[in-house]
Design a protein around this ligand. Structure first.
Ligand code: PLP
Length: 413
């Protein structure tokens, strides 16, 4: 039984991170240098991207990508209310407007069928968020982006390793061949994919992120702006082949990733497949157990997708339970299981409510699904016993609090 607390998330760290970090320290390169270039190259290969630019967070990655597409004050960017603060705050950095579009109830991702109605002459980009590691419907989104000449900046904070129709998230957005010229138009789409290596993510560098793109100009701009807007390969100025001379071409940011962090990233990348396989096994064990219980709704795996299983988002059928979501979470905590909620939709937060006057029902599906969602622990460090403990705890709470059980327990007349 679960005598000790099972944390909601834990990184999978062993001697390989220590060896890599030791190498970085021994080399004398502690900030951006050769380990970072190696991490970028290996990550680009892993996702099938032409360019990968390492930065110190996914938030920084999205900020740089929006800067690179030339986002301006007063512009609009379409995203989803069902996400973390970062996806919308980066739009506000430009004094541009995040335009929220409700989700698909089955997978929590932005509903492409609602996007066109939200487009205006000011719309510049779409930020789909691949919630939990399940891809948003990128073909539909790309078709709309091509039609209205919008950029696509994917928030892939949860989406490594995720596949959409066979291709890795991080590779170039593509489209089913069509007869109306859409494929040609897509070639010109501005497109970048932003990953997170935050502590709880599927691979971690403590804090960190990556911008992936096949667009040479966009990559070049992101690389320059990630390091003070100074001319190419600024980090090399302290190497043998480097030069003391540099030029500031724009007021950039300080978003570069250190070699210490990249060293950790290299070790994490090397075991990403093993960690993902383990999360798949955990998801399978959860779903096999919970699909038996009508009080619960298991997460969808999506068609034609590979789920990264960053999160296991379980839903409670509250009308069949005598306790609410908060009580369910308390009951899990009382059984020593760490849980979380993903996400409190943006439009419910004070800043977005007061700035844009949102009401809870403005995005009814995001609001409804949020109220019944709980995220269970899913990480490769979990033992089989941990997984069984979670299944047992959830099942036990359901059995104790199902409405049917109480009716069944009433004396028969
Ligand atoms: C959907 C989503 N986008 C962006 C981020 C931001 O990532 P980072 O902490 O690397 O900036 C997060 C972080 O949790 C996230 O969940």
């Amino acid at each position: 039984m679960y005598n000790t607390f099972l944390p909601f998330a834990l990184p999978d760290i062993d001697h390989t991170e220590l060896t890599q970090i030791q190498e970085a320290l021994n080399s004398g390169w502690v900030t951006t240098g050769p380990k970072t270039r190696q991490f970028e190259a290996e990550f680009a290969t892993a996702v099938g991207a032409k360019h990968a630019i390492a930065v110190n967070s996914c938030t920084a990655a999205m900020h740089l990508a929006l800067e690179a597409i030339g986002l301006q004050r007063g512009d609009e960017v379409i995203t989803t209310p069902y996400t973390f603060a970062a996806s919308a705050e980066v739009i506000r950095y430009f004094d541009a407007r995040p335009v929220l579009v409700d989700i698909c109830a089955d997978d929590f991702n932005i509903d492409p069928r609602r996007i066109e109605a939200a487009i205006t002459s000011r719309t510049k980009a779409i930020i789909p968020v691949h919630i939990a590691g399940l891809p948003a419907d990128l073909d539909a989104i790309a078709a709309i982006a091509a039609k209205y000449n919008l950029a696509i900046i994917e928030d892939a904070a949860h989406a490594f390793p995720t596949r959409y129709k066979g291709r890795m998230i991080g590779s170039k957005v593509s489209h089913q061949p069509s007869t109306n010229g859409q494929v040609d138009t897509l070639r010109n789409l501005q497109h970048a994919v932003c990953f997170s290596f935050y502590a709880t993510k599927t691979i971690t560098t403590g804090e960190g992120g990556m911008i992936c793109t096949d667009d040479d100009a966009l990559a070049e701009r992101c690389r320059i702006m990630a390091l003070h807007g100074i001319s190419k390969d600024a980090w090399k100025r302290y190497t043998a082949e480097g030069s003391w001379y540099y030029e500031i071409i724009a007021p950039g940011y300080k978003y570069n990733l250190t070699d210490i962090a990249s060293a950790m990233g290299l070790a994490q990348l090397a075991k990403a497949e093993r960690m993902w396989q383990r999360r798949c096994d955990i998801a399978q064990a959860y779903s096999a157990a919970f699909c038996q219980l009508p009080e619960l709704q298991i997460p969808t795996e999506g068609e034609d997708s590979q789920h990264a299983w960053h999160l296991y988002m379980l839903r409670l059928n509250l009308n069949q339970l005598e306790i609410d979501r908060a009580q369910f979470i308390e009951a899990l905590k009382a059984r020593n299981i760490g849980v979380s909620v993903h996400f409190i939709p943006l439009h419910l937060h004070p800043y977005y409510r007061t700035t844009y006057g949102y009401q809870a029902e403005d995005f009814p599906l995001a609001y409804r699904e949020y109220q019944r969602e709980i995220s269970l622990p899913i990480y490769s460090k979990m033992s089989d016993q941990d997984v069984q403990d979670v299944i047992e705890a959830v099942s036990n709470i359901v059995a104790t609090h199902r409405i049917l059980a109480r009716i069944g327990a009433l004396p028969t007349p």
